[in-house]
Design a protein around this ligand. Sequence first.
Ligand code: HEC
Ligand code: HEC
Ligand code: HEC
Ligand code: HEC
Ligand code: HEC
Ligand code: HEC
Length: 230
Amino acid sequence: MERFLSSPHGRLSCSGCHSYIEEKGVKHPDPKLLGKASTLLYDYKRCEKCHPEEHQRYLKGAHAKALSEKKKDAPTCGHCHVTHYAAAGQSRLELGKWMTGMCGTCHPVQKRSYLENYHGKTAVHLRYEASAYCTDCHGAHTCLSLKKREEALEACRKCHADAGIRFTEFVIHASREGLKKEDIEKVEKVRIIRWIEISFGIFVFGVLAFFYSHTLIWTLRKIHERLKKG
Ligand code: HEC
Ligand code: HEC
Ligand code: HEC
Ligand code: HEC
Ligand code: HEC
Ligand code: HEC
């Protein structure tokens, strides 16, 4: 109760959300309810009454589509928000940290590539608020895939106001993991990025190896000269 009362829903009465004690046709206190995750039983359409905008956006997005196609782990409100204890008025940094972890539980590959990307490094690791978190690009409730260039451009322009369509060629999630073969263009780009990374690795290693061996041989020569003089 303490945590519930300090949440933004703390002022609501229980019956605001549990208007009848029945979830998806199963009446409380039915033993059938025990052992089932309450997120699976709750009818999240009831959130619409007070949050119509979020609900509408959610219905337009990739997650609602995945849910209607009965995909495993497709999230509804309850997968992302712990309704009783949802925190309110969090700062942008707190929200960003929370969502990187939360979205990352189901999209670990994208979380990893995001954190290796400029935006992830600055926003999450360096706490630079102006940089982009997942939802700045994808939208928290619409969650667009951004594979269409025009959609991606609209997202980038929120912050990069004068970006042109070529700006979207920049690869945000530069990872080969989980890429489908049909995605030829991205597979090719990631291959080039990887290749550049490897060549730079070899270049840096080569420079260091040359530098250290040069110094070593130089030192040997100096010692040799001293011994000769001595
Ligand atoms: C803002 C809406 C809302 C309010 C207000 C609310 N609940 Fe819930 N409750 C939910 C949702 C949604 C779930 C399903 C689990 C989830 O998504 O967190 C749930 C689940 C539950 C469960 C199942 C166990 C659990 O925690 O998962 C119990 C018991 C419960 N609520 C009791 C209460 C009581 C008692 C109150 C009043 C003090 C209350 N609820 C107020 C939305 C609400
Ligand atoms: C009876 C109305 C009502 C219902 C039903 C309701 N909410 Fe809320 N919710 C509110 C109010 C009021 C606030 C506080 C808004 C504010 O402070 O701006 C809130 C705040 C929130 C917040 C936090 C917003 C923030 O400031 O970050 C989340 C998340 C949220 N609700 C999710 C849900 C979910 C999920 C459900 C469905 C299980 C739900 N709500 C059902 C009234 C409701
Ligand atoms: C995929 C995860 C996800 C799902 C599903 C989801 N939300 Fe959210 N929601 C978020 C994130 C992340 C934020 C805060 C960050 C932001 O606004 O960019 C948020 C913010 C909110 C807020 C605070 C106000 C706002 O718009 O920023 C409310 C209210 C809310 N959600 C309600 C809901 C309701 C109701 C549903 C179900 C229809 C829902 N959410 C489904 C991730 C989700
Ligand atoms: C409970 C698991 C879960 C959580 C949490 C979750 N997602 Fe998803 N997400 C999915 C599933 C399942 C799909 C559908 C995948 C598919 O169509 O193959 C999906 C699809 C997507 C897509 C579209 C991908 C496409 O190829 O069309 C985007 C973008 C996305 N999620 C972003 C997010 C973001 C951003 C968050 C956090 C705010 C988030 N997701 C949280 C499970 C989750
Ligand atoms: C700077 C903008 C930006 C940020 C921040 C961002 N993404 Fe993306 N995301 C994109 C773009 C653009 C695409 C489409 C191109 C692609 O697949 O690389 C995409 C694609 C995706 C997809 C679909 C991939 C697929 O192959 O189906 C998912 C899922 C996703 N992002 C999740 C996330 C999650 C989770 C986060 C945060 C941890 C995040 N994104 C942060 C821009 C962004
Ligand atoms: C929420 C804001 C935000 C969004 C949305 C966003 N970015 Fe950024 N991005 C930044 C900030 C801040 C920087 C740091 C450089 C600066 O201040 O211009 C940056 C830097 C970059 C850089 C490094 C190059 C440079 O200008 O120094 C690239 C490339 C980039 N973003 C691409 C993208 C792409 C592509 C998208 C859309 C898919 C996108 N960004 C969406 C905020 C954002």
